[in-house]
Design a protein around this ligand. Structure first.
Ligand SMILES: *Cc1c(COP(=O)(O)O)cnc(C)c1O
Length: 434
């Protein structure tokens, strides 16, 4: 399987090249040159398979000529080594818990797979791979924990000082080994600007083998298809025939993976793109006009994206056919007040504490049910554990949130992070000296 650029279908590269480049020079995004269908015989009995067995089947359909079967199997088993249960809240409403990985967010699926793929392609004796990441919280934790201990790699994380939650900061700054953290006296945008400048800097590129680990990397998209198929397996096993997925969306990688799974043969009745007031996609589906805007800060801050980077992939999957896309994807937006009300409603009805991103997905699917009269199975994706966003919850709800053991283990560990300003020379000096 070769991968093309969404800006130029004649440009084809191997999976390895797509992974290490992240983005083609023409600034498109990599997509598989053809979308393989999973065998019907497999889908007919999918409920008999485990998450890693399903993951292998899906990965193999896309990558079998790029990575030998035994290697791919081992890689998938290491990457998807935690559960993704569709937890039943009532007879037809399920919450898909994607937060059982090391950083307690769904980004672990993408980051762990990417780190293993990069580790696999790095041959012995090759130059150390330097991964640079800017993070506003969730991405950095997933990448840090994903690459922790992966041979021949080193990760440098830039995060805005004082602007990530305590648990997020612990995940960035206490790991040690091949993970380094820098707190920048500035905003997330400053962090991102520094990383971008480093990638463009000739001297640094001569000295180091730099790569980014951001969400547009194709190796982060592919593993996110695994849990859509796995959810279908779980619900099919319970006798459901129709599923509606509601996906809390920011950069639209998660729902993009769902749509890729659909094109690979996953039976889905409807997808729902659930956003906060950063509503570029809901507006597009209403008006047909795609107009990006500067992002606005909300409670669901991992979805504060005004220009969703994966949207071009979705348009590419649908061959720019907006009508076909609109038939399969509904979209709803919610304000912070509605999000908070949603969190309370989920607790009242189901005694379940959801993170703000998750609550938006719940609200969206409930609105869809009201508007359409649908009463089949719905699955809303829970993209992070509630404990990562402690400031959002009223005290009576905060008290109910159980802190997972993996987080409590980090609590006693010493923070190690260097502090830098927003000037590029300072960052460049740091990289050169360390
Ligand atoms: C990153 C993130 C999202 C948004 O996912 P996209 O793939 O960018 O649409 C939603 N929720 C949480 C908790 C996240 O960390």
């Amino acid at each position: 399987m070769k991968f093309y650029s969404t800006n130029n279908k004649d440009l084809r590269v191997s999976f390895k090249e797509a992974v290490f480049n992240s983005m083609p020079l023409d600034k498109g995004l990599y997509m598989p040159e053809l979308i393989p269908k999973l065998p019907q015989s497999f889908l007919n009995h999918i409920e008999k398979y485990s998450l890693t067995e399903i993951a292998y089947e899906v990965a193999s359909a896309l990558l079998k000529d790029e990575i030998p079967a035994d290697d791919l199997k081992a890689l998938v088993e290491e990457a998807a080594n935690f559960d993704a249960p569709a937890v039943s809240l009532n007879s037809n409403t399920f919450v898909l818990e994607l937060f059982h990985g090391p950083s307690l967010a769904f980004k672990d699926f993408g980051a762990r797979f990417m780190s293993r793929v990069m580790g696999y392609f790095l041959k012995d004796g090759e130059q150390l791979l330097d991964v640079l990441v800017a993070t506003s919280g969730d991405t950095g934790g997933a990448v840090a924990l994903g690459f922790l201990g992966v041979a021949n790699t080193r990760v440098t994380i830039l995060y805005p000082k004082g602007k990530v939650s305590p648990i997020q900061e612990q995940q960035l700054t206490t790991l040690g080994q091949n993970i380094r953290a820098i707190e920048i006296d500035g905003t997330f945008d400053d962090c991102q600007a520094l990383v971008k400048q480093a990638f463009a800097d000739e001297e640094l590129n001569k000295k180091f083998r730099l790569t980014s680990a951001n969400s547009i990397n194709i190796s982060r998209l592919i593993p996110q298809t695994f849990y859509y198929f796995n959810t279908y397996a779980q619900l099919k096993g319970k006798g459901f025939k129709e599923i509606v997925f509601s996906v809390p969306s920011g950069n639209f990688g998660n729902i993009g993976a769902g749509l890729l799974a659909y094109k690979m043969g996953l039976p889905v009745k409807q997808f729902i793109a659930a956003t906060n007031v950063n509503d570029t996609v809901p507006r597009f589906l209403e008006t047909g006009v795609y107009e990006t805007r500067p992002s606005v800060q909300t409670y669901a801050n991992a979805m504060d994206v005004g220009a969703p980077s994966n949207w071009v992939r979705i348009m590419d999957l649908f061959k720019q056919d907006t009508a076909a896309l609109k038939a399969l994807v509904s979209a709803y937006r919610f304000t912070d007040e509605e999000t908070l009300a949603g969190i309370k409603e989920i607790d009242d009805k189901f005694n379940y504490v959801a993170c703000p991103h998750t609550a938006i997905a719940y609200l969206a699917v409930e609105k869809y049910r009201k508007e359409t009269g649908y009463n089949g199975a719905s699955v809303f994706l829970s993209t992070a554990h509630a404990c990562k966003f402690p400031d959002i919850f009223p005290p009576e709800l905060a008290a109910k949130i159980e802190i997972p053991a993996s987080v409590r283990e980090l609590e006693g560990k010493a923070k190690k992070a260097d502090e830098l300003g927003v000037d590029f020379e300072g960052f460049k000096n740091w990289l050169t000296k360390n």
